[in-house]
Design a protein around this ligand. Structure first.
Ligand SMILES: [Zn+2]
Length: 337
Protein backbone atom coordinates (compact mmCIF):
# COMPACT_ATOMS: atom_id res chain seq x y z
CA UNK A 1 0.00 0.00 0.00
CA UNK A 2 2.74 2.35 0.90
CA UNK A 3 4.52 1.80 -2.38
CA UNK A 4 1.35 2.41 -4.24
CA UNK A 5 0.57 5.59 -2.36
CA UNK A 6 4.07 6.85 -2.90
CA UNK A 7 3.92 6.12 -6.57
CA UNK A 8 0.69 7.98 -6.92
CA UNK A 9 2.11 11.00 -5.15
CA UNK A 10 5.16 11.01 -7.36
CA UNK A 11 3.00 10.83 -10.42
CA UNK A 12 0.82 13.70 -9.37
CA UNK A 13 3.78 15.85 -8.66
CA UNK A 14 5.32 15.05 -11.99
CA UNK A 15 2.10 15.98 -13.70
CA UNK A 16 1.85 19.20 -11.78
CA UNK A 17 5.29 20.52 -12.28
CA UNK A 18 7.24 18.72 -14.91
CA UNK A 19 4.96 17.47 -17.64
CA UNK A 20 7.04 15.08 -19.71
CA UNK A 21 7.54 15.98 -23.33
CA UNK A 22 6.24 12.61 -24.38
CA UNK A 23 3.49 11.79 -21.97
CA UNK A 24 2.33 8.20 -22.20
CA UNK A 25 -1.24 9.45 -22.05
CA UNK A 26 -0.87 12.13 -24.73
CA UNK A 27 -2.63 14.62 -22.57
CA UNK A 28 -3.64 17.77 -24.38
CA UNK A 29 -1.12 20.48 -23.67
CA UNK A 30 -3.89 22.64 -22.37
CA UNK A 31 -4.11 20.49 -19.29
CA UNK A 32 -0.81 21.91 -18.13
CA UNK A 33 -1.36 25.53 -18.99
CA UNK A 34 -2.85 26.18 -15.65
CA UNK A 35 -1.96 28.02 -12.52
CA UNK A 36 -3.51 25.61 -10.07
CA UNK A 37 -3.76 28.47 -7.61
CA UNK A 38 -0.07 28.30 -7.10
CA UNK A 39 1.37 26.09 -9.75
CA UNK A 40 2.39 28.86 -12.02
CA UNK A 41 1.67 28.95 -15.68
CA UNK A 42 4.52 30.53 -17.52
CA UNK A 43 2.44 30.44 -20.66
CA UNK A 44 -0.50 32.45 -19.38
CA UNK A 45 1.14 35.56 -18.05
CA UNK A 46 1.39 38.96 -19.58
CA UNK A 47 4.54 41.00 -19.29
CA UNK A 48 3.99 44.28 -17.49
CA UNK A 49 5.06 47.41 -19.24
CA UNK A 50 4.19 49.88 -16.52
CA UNK A 51 5.88 50.34 -13.18
CA UNK A 52 2.84 50.93 -11.03
CA UNK A 53 2.33 48.06 -8.63
CA UNK A 54 -1.20 46.86 -9.12
CA UNK A 55 -1.32 45.41 -5.65
CA UNK A 56 -0.50 48.75 -4.09
CA UNK A 57 -3.90 50.00 -5.15
CA UNK A 58 -5.78 47.06 -3.65
CA UNK A 59 -7.30 48.14 -0.35
CA UNK A 60 -7.59 46.24 2.89
CA UNK A 61 -11.25 46.00 3.82
CA UNK A 62 -12.58 45.39 7.33
CA UNK A 63 -14.90 42.42 6.75
CA UNK A 64 -15.67 41.90 10.45
CA UNK A 65 -14.69 43.79 13.59
CA UNK A 66 -10.90 43.85 13.57
CA UNK A 67 -10.56 41.51 10.56
CA UNK A 68 -9.05 43.00 7.42
CA UNK A 69 -8.85 41.37 3.99
CA UNK A 70 -7.11 42.41 0.80
CA UNK A 71 -8.97 40.74 -1.98
CA UNK A 72 -6.87 39.23 -4.72
CA UNK A 73 -7.95 39.77 -8.30
CA UNK A 74 -9.68 36.80 -9.91
CA UNK A 75 -6.99 36.23 -12.51
CA UNK A 76 -4.07 33.98 -13.20
CA UNK A 77 -0.83 35.26 -11.77
CA UNK A 78 0.81 37.78 -14.08
CA UNK A 79 3.35 40.55 -14.20
CA UNK A 80 0.49 43.00 -14.58
CA UNK A 81 -1.30 41.95 -11.41
CA UNK A 82 1.97 41.39 -9.56
CA UNK A 83 0.70 38.09 -8.31
CA UNK A 84 -1.92 39.73 -6.08
CA UNK A 85 -4.49 37.04 -6.78
CA UNK A 86 -5.21 35.56 -3.36
CA UNK A 87 -7.03 36.95 -0.34
CA UNK A 88 -4.63 37.94 2.43
CA UNK A 89 -5.05 39.96 5.61
CA UNK A 90 -4.89 40.19 9.37
CA UNK A 91 -6.84 39.99 12.60
CA UNK A 92 -6.40 42.53 15.39
CA UNK A 93 -6.67 41.49 19.05
CA UNK A 94 -6.51 43.60 22.19
CA UNK A 95 -2.77 43.04 22.49
CA UNK A 96 -1.42 41.99 19.12
CA UNK A 97 -2.08 41.12 15.50
CA UNK A 98 -2.07 37.88 13.51
CA UNK A 99 -1.20 38.13 9.83
CA UNK A 100 -2.83 35.46 7.69
CA UNK A 101 -1.04 34.93 4.39
CA UNK A 102 1.15 37.60 2.85
CA UNK A 103 0.74 37.36 -0.92
CA UNK A 104 3.23 36.45 -3.61
CA UNK A 105 6.00 38.95 -3.07
CA UNK A 106 7.96 40.76 -0.44
CA UNK A 107 6.31 43.92 -1.77
CA UNK A 108 2.86 42.58 -0.96
CA UNK A 109 4.06 41.58 2.47
CA UNK A 110 5.36 45.10 3.04
CA UNK A 111 2.04 46.56 1.89
CA UNK A 112 0.30 44.30 4.39
CA UNK A 113 2.67 45.43 7.12
CA UNK A 114 1.86 49.05 6.31
CA UNK A 115 -1.85 48.26 6.39
CA UNK A 116 -1.48 46.81 9.88
CA UNK A 117 0.40 49.90 11.04
CA UNK A 118 -2.29 52.14 9.60
CA UNK A 119 -5.02 50.63 11.76
CA UNK A 120 -3.23 49.73 15.00
CA UNK A 121 -0.01 50.32 16.91
CA UNK A 122 -0.19 46.80 18.36
CA UNK A 123 2.62 44.51 17.21
CA UNK A 124 2.33 41.61 14.83
CA UNK A 125 2.72 38.56 17.02
CA UNK A 126 1.78 35.72 14.66
CA UNK A 127 2.51 35.10 11.00
CA UNK A 128 0.32 32.35 9.61
CA UNK A 129 0.68 30.55 6.28
CA UNK A 130 -2.48 28.75 5.15
CA UNK A 131 -0.63 26.51 2.65
CA UNK A 132 2.33 26.22 0.33
CA UNK A 133 1.04 28.05 -2.74
CA UNK A 134 3.13 31.15 -3.42
CA UNK A 135 0.20 33.47 -4.00
CA UNK A 136 -0.53 32.98 -0.30
CA UNK A 137 2.72 32.84 1.62
CA UNK A 138 5.66 34.10 -0.43
CA UNK A 139 5.39 37.58 1.07
CA UNK A 140 6.43 36.28 4.47
CA UNK A 141 9.96 37.61 4.05
CA UNK A 142 8.62 41.10 4.67
CA UNK A 143 8.18 40.11 8.32
CA UNK A 144 11.46 38.30 8.82
CA UNK A 145 12.97 41.06 10.97
CA UNK A 146 10.11 40.97 13.49
CA UNK A 147 9.95 38.75 16.61
CA UNK A 148 6.85 36.88 15.46
CA UNK A 149 5.70 33.29 15.84
CA UNK A 150 5.41 31.91 12.33
CA UNK A 151 2.96 29.05 11.99
CA UNK A 152 1.91 26.53 9.39
CA UNK A 153 0.65 23.00 8.83
CA UNK A 154 3.01 20.22 9.88
CA UNK A 155 3.47 19.31 6.20
CA UNK A 156 4.29 22.85 5.15
CA UNK A 157 8.07 22.75 5.77
CA UNK A 158 8.40 19.67 3.57
CA UNK A 159 6.15 21.13 0.88
CA UNK A 160 8.14 24.37 0.82
CA UNK A 161 11.42 22.47 0.63
CA UNK A 162 10.16 20.37 -2.27
CA UNK A 163 8.43 23.08 -4.25
CA UNK A 164 9.82 26.39 -3.11
CA UNK A 165 12.80 26.53 -5.50
CA UNK A 166 10.57 25.65 -8.44
CA UNK A 167 8.03 28.28 -7.51
CA UNK A 168 10.79 30.90 -7.29
CA UNK A 169 11.98 29.97 -10.77
CA UNK A 170 8.48 30.29 -12.12
CA UNK A 171 7.95 33.63 -10.40
CA UNK A 172 11.18 34.99 -11.85
CA UNK A 173 10.00 33.96 -15.31
CA UNK A 174 6.72 35.80 -14.90
CA UNK A 175 8.34 39.06 -13.92
CA UNK A 176 11.77 40.36 -12.89
CA UNK A 177 9.88 42.18 -10.15
CA UNK A 178 9.34 38.83 -8.46
CA UNK A 179 13.01 37.97 -8.37
CA UNK A 180 13.62 39.24 -4.84
CA UNK A 181 10.86 37.16 -3.32
CA UNK A 182 11.64 34.28 -0.97
CA UNK A 183 9.91 31.68 1.10
CA UNK A 184 10.19 31.05 4.79
CA UNK A 185 9.41 27.80 6.55
CA UNK A 186 7.25 28.17 9.65
CA UNK A 187 9.03 28.01 13.01
CA UNK A 188 6.10 26.17 14.59
CA UNK A 189 3.81 23.66 12.96
CA UNK A 190 0.28 22.50 13.65
CA UNK A 191 -0.46 18.78 13.54
CA UNK A 192 -4.09 18.86 14.57
CA UNK A 193 -5.30 22.06 16.22
CA UNK A 194 -3.60 24.91 18.03
CA UNK A 195 -5.08 27.77 20.00
CA UNK A 196 -3.41 31.15 20.04
CA UNK A 197 -4.58 34.39 21.63
CA UNK A 198 -4.11 37.95 20.43
CA UNK A 199 -5.51 39.39 23.65
CA UNK A 200 -9.19 38.69 24.24
CA UNK A 201 -9.14 37.25 20.74
CA UNK A 202 -8.53 33.51 20.68
CA UNK A 203 -7.92 31.93 17.30
CA UNK A 204 -8.21 28.21 16.62
CA UNK A 205 -5.84 26.93 13.95
CA UNK A 206 -6.75 23.63 12.35
CA UNK A 207 -4.51 21.45 10.18
CA UNK A 208 -6.47 19.42 7.64
CA UNK A 209 -5.83 16.06 6.02
CA UNK A 210 -5.02 16.35 2.28
CA UNK A 211 -7.68 18.39 0.47
CA UNK A 212 -6.80 21.46 -1.65
CA UNK A 213 -3.16 20.62 -0.82
CA UNK A 214 -1.65 18.32 1.80
CA UNK A 215 -0.87 21.29 4.03
CA UNK A 216 -4.11 23.28 4.40
CA UNK A 217 -4.56 25.30 7.57
CA UNK A 218 -7.72 27.19 8.55
CA UNK A 219 -8.25 29.77 11.26
CA UNK A 220 -11.40 30.23 13.31
CA UNK A 221 -11.88 33.57 15.06
CA UNK A 222 -14.36 32.99 17.87
CA UNK A 223 -15.01 36.66 18.55
CA UNK A 224 -16.28 37.39 15.06
CA UNK A 225 -17.58 33.90 14.32
CA UNK A 226 -15.28 34.05 11.34
CA UNK A 227 -13.66 31.15 9.53
CA UNK A 228 -10.62 31.97 7.43
CA UNK A 229 -10.97 29.02 5.09
CA UNK A 230 -8.21 30.04 2.67
CA UNK A 231 -8.07 27.72 -0.36
CA UNK A 232 -10.36 25.11 1.10
CA UNK A 233 -12.96 27.48 -0.31
CA UNK A 234 -12.87 29.14 -3.71
CA UNK A 235 -15.67 31.61 -4.49
CA UNK A 236 -16.26 32.47 -8.14
CA UNK A 237 -12.88 31.21 -9.29
CA UNK A 238 -12.61 27.54 -10.14
CA UNK A 239 -11.23 25.45 -7.25
CA UNK A 240 -7.87 23.92 -8.08
CA UNK A 241 -7.01 20.44 -6.92
CA UNK A 242 -3.49 19.89 -5.61
CA UNK A 243 -4.12 17.50 -2.74
CA UNK A 244 -6.94 14.96 -2.60
CA UNK A 245 -10.35 15.19 -4.25
CA UNK A 246 -12.02 12.74 -1.89
CA UNK A 247 -10.25 14.37 1.03
CA UNK A 248 -11.45 17.80 -0.02
CA UNK A 249 -15.04 16.63 -0.32
CA UNK A 250 -14.79 15.09 3.14
CA UNK A 251 -13.37 18.34 4.51
CA UNK A 252 -16.27 20.32 3.09
CA UNK A 253 -18.68 18.28 5.17
CA UNK A 254 -17.25 19.75 8.35
CA UNK A 255 -15.52 22.92 7.17
CA UNK A 256 -18.28 25.28 8.25
CA UNK A 257 -19.65 24.23 11.63
CA UNK A 258 -22.63 25.94 13.27
CA UNK A 259 -21.60 29.23 14.78
CA UNK A 260 -19.66 30.39 11.75
CA UNK A 261 -21.16 33.62 10.48
CA UNK A 262 -18.45 34.88 8.15
CA UNK A 263 -16.18 32.92 5.83
CA UNK A 264 -13.05 34.27 4.15
CA UNK A 265 -12.27 32.17 1.07
CA UNK A 266 -8.82 31.98 -0.45
CA UNK A 267 -10.18 33.57 -3.59
CA UNK A 268 -13.37 35.54 -4.09
CA UNK A 269 -15.74 37.50 -1.88
CA UNK A 270 -16.26 37.12 1.85
CA UNK A 271 -19.76 35.90 2.72
CA UNK A 272 -21.54 33.60 5.12
CA UNK A 273 -20.02 30.86 3.01
CA UNK A 274 -23.16 28.83 2.46
CA UNK A 275 -23.68 29.36 -1.26
CA UNK A 276 -19.98 29.28 -2.05
CA UNK A 277 -19.60 25.97 -0.24
CA UNK A 278 -22.54 24.51 -2.10
CA UNK A 279 -21.07 25.55 -5.45
CA UNK A 280 -17.65 24.19 -4.65
CA UNK A 281 -19.11 20.93 -3.41
CA UNK A 282 -21.20 20.65 -6.57
CA UNK A 283 -18.15 21.12 -8.78
CA UNK A 284 -15.94 18.71 -6.90
CA UNK A 285 -18.69 16.10 -6.69
CA UNK A 286 -19.32 16.35 -10.42
CA UNK A 287 -15.60 16.09 -11.06
CA UNK A 288 -15.34 13.00 -8.87
CA UNK A 289 -18.38 11.30 -10.34
CA UNK A 290 -17.45 12.09 -13.94
CA UNK A 291 -13.91 10.82 -13.58
CA UNK A 292 -15.04 7.72 -11.70
CA UNK A 293 -17.51 6.89 -14.46
CA UNK A 294 -14.84 7.35 -17.12
CA UNK A 295 -12.42 5.08 -15.27
CA UNK A 296 -15.10 2.43 -14.86
CA UNK A 297 -15.73 2.61 -18.60
CA UNK A 298 -12.05 2.11 -19.27
CA UNK A 299 -11.34 5.56 -20.68
CA UNK A 300 -7.78 6.83 -20.45
CA UNK A 301 -6.92 10.32 -19.21
CA UNK A 302 -6.96 11.84 -22.66
CA UNK A 303 -10.42 10.50 -23.44
CA UNK A 304 -11.65 11.53 -20.02
CA UNK A 305 -10.40 15.06 -20.60
CA UNK A 306 -12.06 15.19 -23.99
CA UNK A 307 -15.35 14.16 -22.46
CA UNK A 308 -15.22 16.53 -19.47
CA UNK A 309 -13.27 19.56 -20.58
CA UNK A 310 -16.19 21.82 -21.51
CA UNK A 311 -18.41 21.02 -18.57
CA UNK A 312 -18.52 24.48 -16.95
CA UNK A 313 -22.05 24.33 -15.64
CA UNK A 314 -21.58 26.83 -12.85
CA UNK A 315 -19.82 29.43 -14.97
CA UNK A 316 -16.60 29.42 -12.97
CA UNK A 317 -13.94 32.02 -13.64
CA UNK A 318 -10.65 30.63 -14.99
CA UNK A 319 -12.31 27.36 -15.86
CA UNK A 320 -10.48 26.92 -19.16
CA UNK A 321 -7.03 27.21 -17.63
CA UNK A 322 -7.62 25.03 -14.57
CA UNK A 323 -10.32 22.45 -15.14
CA UNK A 324 -8.19 20.19 -17.32
CA UNK A 325 -5.57 19.91 -14.64
CA UNK A 326 -8.24 19.09 -12.08
CA UNK A 327 -9.44 16.26 -14.29
CA UNK A 328 -5.89 14.91 -14.57
CA UNK A 329 -5.35 15.18 -10.81
CA UNK A 330 -8.68 13.52 -10.10
CA UNK A 331 -7.95 10.72 -12.55
CA UNK A 332 -4.55 9.96 -11.06
CA UNK A 333 -6.11 9.83 -7.60
CA UNK A 334 -9.27 7.89 -8.38
CA UNK A 335 -7.73 5.26 -10.66
CA UNK A 336 -6.25 3.69 -7.52
CA UNK A 337 -9.59 3.23 -5.82
ZN1 LIG B 1 -3.88 27.30 -3.07
Amino acid sequence: MEMRAKGRGDLKEALSFHPPASSPWRIPRRAFLCAGAGVLAATTFVKATGSIAAEATLPFIEVADGVFVRYGVQEEMSAANRGAIANIGFIVGDESVAVIDTGTTRQQGLALREAVASVTSRPVSHLIATHVHPDHCFGHAAFSDLPVRSLGHRNLPRALAERGPFYLEQLAEISPDFSDTAYLAPQETVSDTMRIDLGNRPLLLKAWPPAHTDNDLTIFDERAGLLWAADLLFAGRLPTLDGSLTGWLAALEILRPPGVRVVVPGHGPVSDGVAALQQERAYLTRLRDGVRAAIEEGLDISATLARMENDNQLDWLLFDTNHGRNVVAAYTELEWE
